[in-house]
Design a protein around this ligand. Sequence first.
Ligand code: AMP
Length: 573
Amino acid sequence: MNDIDPSPDDVGVGFAALGLRAETLAALDELGYEEPTPIQRETIPLLIEGRDMLGQAATGTGKTAAFALPILELVEAGRGPATPIALILVPTRELAVQVSEAIFKYGRHLLDGRGVKVVPIYGGQPIQRQLQQLDRGVHVVVATPGRAVDHIGRGSLPLDTVRTVVLDEADEMLDMGFADDIEAILDSTPSDRQTVMFSATMPPRINSIAKRYQRDPVRIQIGKGDTKVSKALIRQRAYVVMRQHKPAALGRILDIEAPRAALVFCRTRGEVDQLTETMNGRGYRAEALHGGMDQAQRDRVMGRLRDGTAELLIATDVAARGLDVDLLTHVVNYDVPSAPESYVHRIGRVGRAGREGVAITLAEPREQRQLQNIERLTKQQIEIGTVPTVADLRATRIAQTTEAVREALNADDLHDFHDVLEALSGEHNVRTIALAAIKLAHEAVGGPADEVEIPDISKRFERNRDDRGERGPRNDRPDKARPGRDQKLPSGNDGPTGYLFIGLGRRGGVRPGDLVGAIANESGLTGRQIGPIRISDAYSVVGVPEHRVDDIIDTMRSTLIRGKKTTVRRYTD
Ligand code: AMP
């Protein structure tokens, strides 16, 4: 395997060096991608060459662009409606939409600005609409295996012009019972196609698919480069929050941590600008650091950090390069970094010269694997923190007010306000007047009244992490398992199984993959942790680790299954 090690020499190699066409480079620039992630740097030139590939990489590494950008090299204007040049298979509807959107964005300048035509094809959406889209002509199809098989069966998905097939999150697809579908699909594509497989883990079945369907694949893995974290000195903590709650969560964590100076890493320039604005709007003194700034501008920003005018520096990896960092007490990863090595590199900016530092990472539930990869690489556990609650915030603010009043009690000029007390003491008792004065002090101290509770999903994340361990042998296809009425089947090593009632069944067109996909997406569980599944005419029952039942019900309230809202509750026979 080629291990990817982003050594300091390769940083700074931009997308242009990878051999991508100008239209793609322009789109990446507009998206604010400053440089390729390690996996992109490694894979893109090889994929453009036409090599087959077997890559071990989790979500969050930038693997979508790694396989998508080379596909865009194949897009050409032709006569008549477009025919698919690439078929990308993904385990879930959400991923199908996400990958399609990414490809659309990367390819928007192609074909003289008309843009690449991409269609996501997944169960749950009316097939009629997909038929129309396919009929009008597309360059790239992103499909879940089940729906792809449906279309192949109907003759509505022409595959004879396909030059590249990508299996994304291959292990998940196998976990979900799609092995036969995948093989059937691969058998329907031209035999001289390029076959690219990405998987977070490499169970034997992936290797056997590789052996059967790939030609001399390049094997790559997100590497085992520099993994040393100056252990004792850096306190590492991750918080699990949904994306929409990140700005509020960051503010609260900073309130509690009270950094002297913090460096916050974002993925793109756009995110840097947006977060800088948001944090300033929330009353923090934040400065953006941009790749394009010259030395004088950087010095000015650093000066503001040094004299305390700024407390947060928000930057991309590129912009933060070569930063004079002695001041920093905290490094924040606003997202889990794209490669474990960049995590190590980033957090190494604190804990220098014997001083202590704090590394904070905001992770979304889907980034769980990525966090585990980092732990595996650094051989250290990242503590999972709990985002401060509204009650914690109030308690902190009350403590600050108490401190402010205590300080004022020592002031020399208290007697200046004697007249105010005199004027009021005829109307109210002194205790009430004191409370009113404290209220004013409190309002003066308190930052924004951020009174909305941020859902705490860290506990279930941690439990999930504890449960997972190393992956064991696979379960059967989930739809083959049929629990009896009272039967509680253990699911892997996740302890007892609890059951969800889902108010959609065969009549609603539900298939096991829809249920596994929806639950996996919302909960961060892997396919292996979900099951058995029983689908009746009117409803379905799905097994999940017992201790996850309640929070899954909670997160699935607004989830659509096959495009429909449905009841999800505990199944109690
Ligand atoms: P993925 O691993 O493909 O799910 O990508 C994770 C996230 O990283 C997505 O939000 C991408 O938009 C973003 N991303 C991918 N490549 C880059 C890059 N080179 N620079 C900045 N962000 C990127």
